[in-house]
Design a protein around this ligand. Structure first.
Ligand code: PEP
Ligand code: MN
Length: 346
Protein backbone atom coordinates (compact mmCIF):
# COMPACT_ATOMS: atom_id res chain seq x y z
CA UNK A 1 0.00 0.00 0.00
CA UNK A 2 1.24 3.48 -0.81
CA UNK A 3 0.16 6.60 1.05
CA UNK A 4 0.50 9.71 -1.11
CA UNK A 5 0.89 12.89 0.93
CA UNK A 6 -0.50 16.24 -0.20
CA UNK A 7 1.97 18.50 -2.04
CA UNK A 8 3.92 20.62 0.41
CA UNK A 9 3.12 18.54 3.48
CA UNK A 10 5.68 19.22 6.21
CA UNK A 11 7.67 16.47 7.87
CA UNK A 12 5.91 16.95 11.24
CA UNK A 13 2.63 16.02 9.53
CA UNK A 14 4.20 12.95 7.87
CA UNK A 15 5.68 11.64 11.12
CA UNK A 16 2.31 10.72 12.75
CA UNK A 17 1.45 8.72 9.62
CA UNK A 18 4.70 6.79 9.91
CA UNK A 19 4.13 6.25 13.63
CA UNK A 20 0.60 4.95 13.05
CA UNK A 21 1.94 2.42 10.51
CA UNK A 22 4.54 1.23 13.03
CA UNK A 23 1.97 1.03 15.86
CA UNK A 24 0.02 -1.39 13.66
CA UNK A 25 3.07 -3.67 13.46
CA UNK A 26 3.69 -2.76 9.80
CA UNK A 27 6.78 -1.29 8.15
CA UNK A 28 6.81 2.28 6.86
CA UNK A 29 9.07 3.22 3.95
CA UNK A 30 8.90 7.00 3.45
CA UNK A 31 10.27 8.71 0.36
CA UNK A 32 10.43 12.42 1.02
CA UNK A 33 11.39 14.80 -1.76
CA UNK A 34 11.08 18.52 -2.55
CA UNK A 35 7.48 19.27 -1.51
CA UNK A 36 6.40 15.69 -2.37
CA UNK A 37 6.25 12.64 -0.12
CA UNK A 38 4.94 9.12 -0.30
CA UNK A 39 4.99 6.42 2.37
CA UNK A 40 5.11 2.74 1.41
CA UNK A 41 3.39 0.35 3.82
CA UNK A 42 4.58 -3.25 3.91
CA UNK A 43 3.47 -6.13 6.10
CA UNK A 44 0.77 -8.71 6.47
CA UNK A 45 -2.05 -8.78 7.01
CA UNK A 46 -3.15 -5.38 5.77
CA UNK A 47 -6.68 -4.99 7.18
CA UNK A 48 -9.28 -3.92 4.57
CA UNK A 49 -10.20 -0.89 6.70
CA UNK A 50 -6.64 0.48 6.57
CA UNK A 51 -7.25 2.61 3.48
CA UNK A 52 -9.97 4.66 5.16
CA UNK A 53 -7.97 4.98 8.38
CA UNK A 54 -5.08 6.68 6.58
CA UNK A 55 -7.20 8.60 4.11
CA UNK A 56 -8.65 10.73 6.93
CA UNK A 57 -5.27 11.53 8.51
CA UNK A 58 -3.98 15.11 8.12
CA UNK A 59 -1.78 15.61 5.07
CA UNK A 60 -2.88 12.45 3.26
CA UNK A 61 -3.91 12.95 -0.38
CA UNK A 62 -4.88 9.35 -1.18
CA UNK A 63 -4.10 5.71 -0.51
CA UNK A 64 -3.29 3.23 -3.27
CA UNK A 65 -3.47 -0.53 -2.77
CA UNK A 66 -0.71 -2.36 -4.59
CA UNK A 67 -1.34 -5.94 -3.49
CA UNK A 68 -4.27 -7.93 -4.83
CA UNK A 69 -7.51 -8.55 -2.96
CA UNK A 70 -7.28 -12.23 -3.84
CA UNK A 71 -4.33 -13.17 -1.66
CA UNK A 72 -4.60 -16.96 -1.75
CA UNK A 73 -5.63 -17.39 -5.39
CA UNK A 74 -3.01 -14.93 -6.68
CA UNK A 75 0.67 -15.46 -7.44
CA UNK A 76 2.03 -13.01 -4.85
CA UNK A 77 2.18 -15.49 -2.00
CA UNK A 78 2.15 -18.70 -4.07
CA UNK A 79 4.74 -18.56 -6.83
CA UNK A 80 4.28 -22.20 -7.91
CA UNK A 81 1.43 -23.32 -10.11
CA UNK A 82 -1.09 -25.47 -8.22
CA UNK A 83 -1.16 -29.11 -9.26
CA UNK A 84 -4.06 -31.03 -7.74
CA UNK A 85 -3.41 -34.74 -7.32
CA UNK A 86 -6.15 -37.29 -6.90
CA UNK A 87 -4.31 -40.61 -6.73
CA UNK A 88 -2.70 -40.94 -10.17
CA UNK A 89 -4.52 -37.98 -11.74
CA UNK A 90 -2.60 -34.68 -11.72
CA UNK A 91 -4.68 -31.61 -12.59
CA UNK A 92 -2.66 -28.56 -13.62
CA UNK A 93 0.49 -30.47 -14.60
CA UNK A 94 1.87 -31.02 -18.10
CA UNK A 95 -0.95 -33.30 -19.12
CA UNK A 96 -4.27 -31.83 -20.26
CA UNK A 97 -7.01 -33.46 -18.15
CA UNK A 98 -10.25 -34.49 -19.80
CA UNK A 99 -13.46 -34.69 -17.81
CA UNK A 100 -16.33 -36.17 -19.81
CA UNK A 101 -19.75 -37.66 -19.28
CA UNK A 102 -23.41 -36.83 -19.38
CA UNK A 103 -24.96 -33.61 -18.17
CA UNK A 104 -27.15 -35.60 -15.76
CA UNK A 105 -27.01 -39.07 -14.30
CA UNK A 106 -30.22 -40.53 -15.73
CA UNK A 107 -29.86 -44.27 -15.11
CA UNK A 108 -27.24 -46.83 -14.23
CA UNK A 109 -27.02 -48.06 -17.80
CA UNK A 110 -26.61 -44.58 -19.31
CA UNK A 111 -23.91 -43.68 -16.77
CA UNK A 112 -21.99 -46.95 -16.99
CA UNK A 113 -22.03 -46.86 -20.80
CA UNK A 114 -20.76 -43.28 -20.73
CA UNK A 115 -18.07 -44.10 -18.18
CA UNK A 116 -16.73 -47.07 -20.16
CA UNK A 117 -16.67 -45.08 -23.41
CA UNK A 118 -14.99 -41.93 -22.08
CA UNK A 119 -12.48 -43.99 -20.10
CA UNK A 120 -11.51 -45.96 -23.21
CA UNK A 121 -11.02 -42.71 -25.11
CA UNK A 122 -8.71 -41.08 -22.58
CA UNK A 123 -10.85 -39.17 -20.07
CA UNK A 124 -9.59 -39.22 -16.48
CA UNK A 125 -12.76 -38.10 -14.77
CA UNK A 126 -16.44 -38.83 -15.24
CA UNK A 127 -18.89 -35.98 -14.91
CA UNK A 128 -22.63 -36.32 -14.22
CA UNK A 129 -25.08 -34.23 -12.26
CA UNK A 130 -27.16 -35.82 -9.53
CA UNK A 131 -28.47 -32.45 -8.34
CA UNK A 132 -29.27 -30.29 -11.33
CA UNK A 133 -29.75 -26.53 -11.31
CA UNK A 134 -32.36 -26.12 -14.05
CA UNK A 135 -33.53 -22.82 -15.43
CA UNK A 136 -37.12 -24.05 -15.23
CA UNK A 137 -38.41 -25.82 -12.09
CA UNK A 138 -40.45 -28.16 -14.33
CA UNK A 139 -37.39 -29.78 -15.92
CA UNK A 140 -35.52 -32.90 -14.75
CA UNK A 141 -33.66 -31.94 -11.59
CA UNK A 142 -31.53 -35.01 -11.05
CA UNK A 143 -31.66 -38.34 -9.25
CA UNK A 144 -30.15 -37.13 -5.96
CA UNK A 145 -28.45 -39.75 -3.76
CA UNK A 146 -29.35 -42.55 -6.18
CA UNK A 147 -27.40 -40.65 -8.84
CA UNK A 148 -24.41 -40.33 -6.51
CA UNK A 149 -24.49 -44.09 -5.91
CA UNK A 150 -24.47 -44.73 -9.66
CA UNK A 151 -21.46 -42.44 -10.11
CA UNK A 152 -19.63 -44.27 -7.32
CA UNK A 153 -20.37 -47.56 -9.03
CA UNK A 154 -18.98 -46.22 -12.31
CA UNK A 155 -15.81 -45.16 -10.48
CA UNK A 156 -15.48 -48.59 -8.95
CA UNK A 157 -15.81 -50.34 -12.29
CA UNK A 158 -13.75 -48.02 -14.49
CA UNK A 159 -11.28 -46.42 -12.09
CA UNK A 160 -12.35 -42.98 -13.35
CA UNK A 161 -12.53 -40.25 -10.71
CA UNK A 162 -15.88 -38.52 -10.46
CA UNK A 163 -17.06 -34.93 -10.32
CA UNK A 164 -20.61 -33.88 -9.54
CA UNK A 165 -22.39 -30.69 -8.62
CA UNK A 166 -23.37 -29.68 -5.10
CA UNK A 167 -26.03 -27.00 -4.99
CA UNK A 168 -26.58 -26.24 -1.33
CA UNK A 169 -24.48 -26.17 1.87
CA UNK A 170 -26.62 -28.86 3.48
CA UNK A 171 -25.76 -31.32 0.66
CA UNK A 172 -21.97 -30.88 0.94
CA UNK A 173 -21.67 -33.72 3.42
CA UNK A 174 -23.58 -36.30 1.39
CA UNK A 175 -22.04 -35.30 -1.95
CA UNK A 176 -18.62 -35.39 -0.28
CA UNK A 177 -19.18 -39.01 0.70
CA UNK A 178 -19.29 -39.96 -2.99
CA UNK A 179 -17.52 -37.44 -5.17
CA UNK A 180 -13.80 -36.87 -5.84
CA UNK A 181 -14.31 -33.23 -6.86
CA UNK A 182 -17.14 -30.89 -5.87
CA UNK A 183 -18.56 -28.98 -8.82
CA UNK A 184 -19.95 -25.54 -8.03
CA UNK A 185 -22.20 -24.50 -10.88
CA UNK A 186 -22.26 -21.14 -12.64
CA UNK A 187 -25.45 -20.14 -10.87
CA UNK A 188 -23.86 -20.73 -7.47
CA UNK A 189 -20.48 -19.16 -8.16
CA UNK A 190 -21.23 -16.33 -5.74
CA UNK A 191 -23.20 -18.39 -3.20
CA UNK A 192 -20.76 -17.54 -0.46
CA UNK A 193 -22.19 -19.85 2.20
CA UNK A 194 -21.90 -22.78 -0.22
CA UNK A 195 -18.35 -21.73 -1.12
CA UNK A 196 -17.41 -21.64 2.55
CA UNK A 197 -18.94 -25.05 3.15
CA UNK A 198 -16.92 -26.71 0.38
CA UNK A 199 -13.96 -24.71 1.66
CA UNK A 200 -14.21 -26.67 4.91
CA UNK A 201 -14.19 -29.96 3.02
CA UNK A 202 -11.03 -31.79 2.03
CA UNK A 203 -11.90 -32.62 -1.59
CA UNK A 204 -11.01 -30.33 -4.51
CA UNK A 205 -13.57 -27.89 -5.85
CA UNK A 206 -14.27 -26.94 -9.46
CA UNK A 207 -15.69 -23.44 -9.53
CA UNK A 208 -17.55 -22.65 -12.73
CA UNK A 209 -17.65 -19.02 -13.77
CA UNK A 210 -20.87 -17.17 -12.98
CA UNK A 211 -22.92 -16.09 -15.97
CA UNK A 212 -21.85 -12.45 -15.76
CA UNK A 213 -18.90 -12.55 -13.42
CA UNK A 214 -15.81 -10.40 -13.79
CA UNK A 215 -12.57 -12.36 -13.55
CA UNK A 216 -11.59 -10.57 -10.35
CA UNK A 217 -14.97 -11.41 -8.79
CA UNK A 218 -14.44 -15.02 -9.81
CA UNK A 219 -11.04 -15.12 -8.13
CA UNK A 220 -12.59 -13.60 -5.02
CA UNK A 221 -15.19 -16.39 -5.10
CA UNK A 222 -12.28 -18.88 -5.20
CA UNK A 223 -10.81 -16.96 -2.28
CA UNK A 224 -13.92 -17.80 -0.21
CA UNK A 225 -13.18 -21.52 -0.68
CA UNK A 226 -9.46 -21.16 -0.04
CA UNK A 227 -9.87 -18.93 3.00
CA UNK A 228 -11.64 -21.83 4.73
CA UNK A 229 -8.55 -24.01 4.32
CA UNK A 230 -9.21 -25.79 1.02
CA UNK A 231 -6.42 -24.80 -1.42
CA UNK A 232 -7.53 -27.11 -4.24
CA UNK A 233 -9.71 -25.00 -6.49
CA UNK A 234 -10.06 -25.43 -10.26
CA UNK A 235 -11.54 -22.57 -12.28
CA UNK A 236 -13.80 -23.51 -15.18
CA UNK A 237 -14.79 -21.03 -17.89
CA UNK A 238 -18.14 -22.14 -19.33
CA UNK A 239 -19.21 -19.12 -21.33
CA UNK A 240 -20.65 -15.83 -20.19
CA UNK A 241 -23.73 -13.78 -21.09
CA UNK A 242 -23.19 -11.31 -23.88
CA UNK A 243 -25.49 -9.72 -26.48
CA UNK A 244 -24.70 -12.59 -28.86
CA UNK A 245 -27.30 -15.33 -29.06
CA UNK A 246 -25.92 -17.50 -31.86
CA UNK A 247 -24.37 -19.59 -29.10
CA UNK A 248 -25.87 -20.45 -25.71
CA UNK A 249 -23.14 -18.40 -24.01
CA UNK A 250 -20.01 -16.66 -25.28
CA UNK A 251 -16.86 -18.62 -24.52
CA UNK A 252 -14.35 -16.20 -23.05
CA UNK A 253 -11.19 -17.91 -24.31
CA UNK A 254 -9.15 -14.96 -23.15
CA UNK A 255 -10.08 -15.88 -19.58
CA UNK A 256 -7.53 -18.71 -19.81
CA UNK A 257 -4.36 -16.60 -20.27
CA UNK A 258 -5.81 -13.79 -18.17
CA UNK A 259 -6.48 -16.12 -15.24
CA UNK A 260 -3.12 -17.76 -15.64
CA UNK A 261 -1.44 -14.38 -15.37
CA UNK A 262 -3.41 -13.60 -12.19
CA UNK A 263 -3.63 -16.98 -10.47
CA UNK A 264 -1.75 -20.22 -9.88
CA UNK A 265 -4.97 -22.27 -9.93
CA UNK A 266 -5.69 -24.74 -12.76
CA UNK A 267 -8.02 -23.41 -15.46
CA UNK A 268 -10.50 -25.53 -17.41
CA UNK A 269 -12.77 -24.85 -20.35
CA UNK A 270 -16.28 -26.28 -20.65
CA UNK A 271 -17.00 -25.95 -24.38
CA UNK A 272 -20.41 -27.66 -24.07
CA UNK A 273 -22.26 -25.07 -21.95
CA UNK A 274 -20.57 -22.27 -23.89
CA UNK A 275 -21.59 -23.60 -27.31
CA UNK A 276 -25.00 -25.03 -26.50
CA UNK A 277 -24.85 -26.77 -29.88
CA UNK A 278 -23.07 -30.02 -30.65
CA UNK A 279 -21.38 -28.98 -33.93
CA UNK A 280 -19.60 -26.09 -32.18
CA UNK A 281 -18.26 -28.02 -29.21
CA UNK A 282 -15.13 -29.38 -30.92
CA UNK A 283 -13.86 -26.02 -32.13
CA UNK A 284 -14.31 -24.44 -28.71
CA UNK A 285 -12.59 -27.40 -27.02
CA UNK A 286 -9.59 -27.03 -29.31
CA UNK A 287 -9.52 -23.26 -28.81
CA UNK A 288 -9.45 -23.78 -25.05
CA UNK A 289 -6.49 -26.13 -25.18
CA UNK A 290 -4.70 -23.88 -27.70
CA UNK A 291 -5.14 -20.99 -25.26
CA UNK A 292 -3.43 -23.02 -22.55
CA UNK A 293 -6.27 -24.58 -20.57
CA UNK A 294 -5.23 -27.25 -18.08
CA UNK A 295 -8.22 -29.36 -18.97
CA UNK A 296 -11.64 -29.63 -20.57
CA UNK A 297 -15.02 -30.67 -19.28
CA UNK A 298 -17.14 -32.05 -22.12
CA UNK A 299 -20.69 -33.39 -22.08
CA UNK A 300 -20.90 -36.84 -23.69
CA UNK A 301 -24.05 -38.99 -23.81
CA UNK A 302 -24.79 -42.44 -25.29
CA UNK A 303 -27.77 -41.00 -27.14
CA UNK A 304 -27.84 -37.20 -26.97
CA UNK A 305 -31.23 -36.98 -28.67
CA UNK A 306 -32.77 -38.77 -25.70
CA UNK A 307 -30.83 -36.91 -23.00
CA UNK A 308 -32.89 -35.53 -20.13
CA UNK A 309 -30.76 -32.38 -20.02
CA UNK A 310 -28.44 -30.59 -22.44
CA UNK A 311 -28.75 -33.13 -25.26
CA UNK A 312 -28.27 -30.50 -27.95
CA UNK A 313 -24.75 -29.75 -26.71
CA UNK A 314 -23.76 -33.33 -25.81
CA UNK A 315 -21.43 -35.32 -28.06
CA UNK A 316 -22.16 -38.95 -28.81
CA UNK A 317 -19.37 -41.50 -28.38
CA UNK A 318 -18.27 -41.35 -32.02
CA UNK A 319 -18.06 -37.56 -31.96
CA UNK A 320 -16.04 -37.67 -28.73
CA UNK A 321 -13.80 -40.37 -30.23
CA UNK A 322 -13.15 -38.17 -33.27
CA UNK A 323 -12.39 -35.12 -31.13
CA UNK A 324 -9.88 -36.66 -28.72
CA UNK A 325 -7.00 -37.09 -31.21
CA UNK A 326 -7.46 -33.48 -32.30
CA UNK A 327 -7.31 -32.27 -28.68
CA UNK A 328 -4.21 -34.39 -28.22
CA UNK A 329 -2.57 -32.83 -31.30
CA UNK A 330 -3.34 -29.28 -30.13
CA UNK A 331 -2.06 -30.13 -26.64
CA UNK A 332 1.25 -31.31 -28.17
CA UNK A 333 1.43 -28.18 -30.31
CA UNK A 334 1.29 -25.94 -27.24
CA UNK A 335 3.78 -27.95 -25.24
CA UNK A 336 1.32 -30.04 -23.25
CA UNK A 337 0.41 -33.68 -23.58
CA UNK A 338 -2.73 -35.78 -23.77
CA UNK A 339 -2.03 -39.47 -24.19
CA UNK A 340 -4.92 -41.18 -25.91
CA UNK A 341 -5.58 -44.75 -26.85
CA UNK A 342 -6.04 -45.37 -30.55
CA UNK A 343 -8.18 -48.01 -32.17
CA UNK A 344 -10.24 -48.68 -29.04
CA UNK A 345 -13.61 -50.37 -29.22
CA UNK A 346 -16.32 -48.25 -27.57
C1 PEP B 1 -23.33 -28.53 -15.83
O1 PEP B 1 -22.11 -28.66 -15.79
O2 PEP B 1 -24.10 -29.43 -16.18
C2 PEP B 1 -23.91 -27.22 -15.51
C3 PEP B 1 -25.13 -27.08 -15.02
O3 PEP B 1 -23.06 -26.21 -15.80
P1 PEP B 1 -23.15 -24.64 -15.47
O4 PEP B 1 -23.24 -24.54 -13.97
O5 PEP B 1 -21.87 -24.12 -16.03
O6 PEP B 1 -24.36 -24.10 -16.16
MN1 MN C 1 -25.25 -29.55 -18.58
Amino acid sequence: MIIIMKTGTERDVITPVIERIQELGLQAHPIIGEGQAIVGVVGLPLPPSLDEMFEVMPGVERVVRVSKKYKLAGWDFHPQKTVIRIDDVAIGGDEVTIIAGPCSVESEEQTMDSARAVKALGAKLLRGGAYKPRTSPYEFRGMGVKGLEILAKAREETGLKIITEVMTPSDVEVVGQFTDIFQIGARNCQNYLLLEEVGKATKPVMLKRGLSLLIEEWLLAAEYVMAQGNPNVILCERGIRTFENATRNTLDVSAVPVLQSMSHLPVFIDPSHAAGKRPLVGALALAGVAAGADGLMIEVHPNPDLAMSDGAQSLDFDEFAALMPKISAVAEAVGRSLPIATGVAI
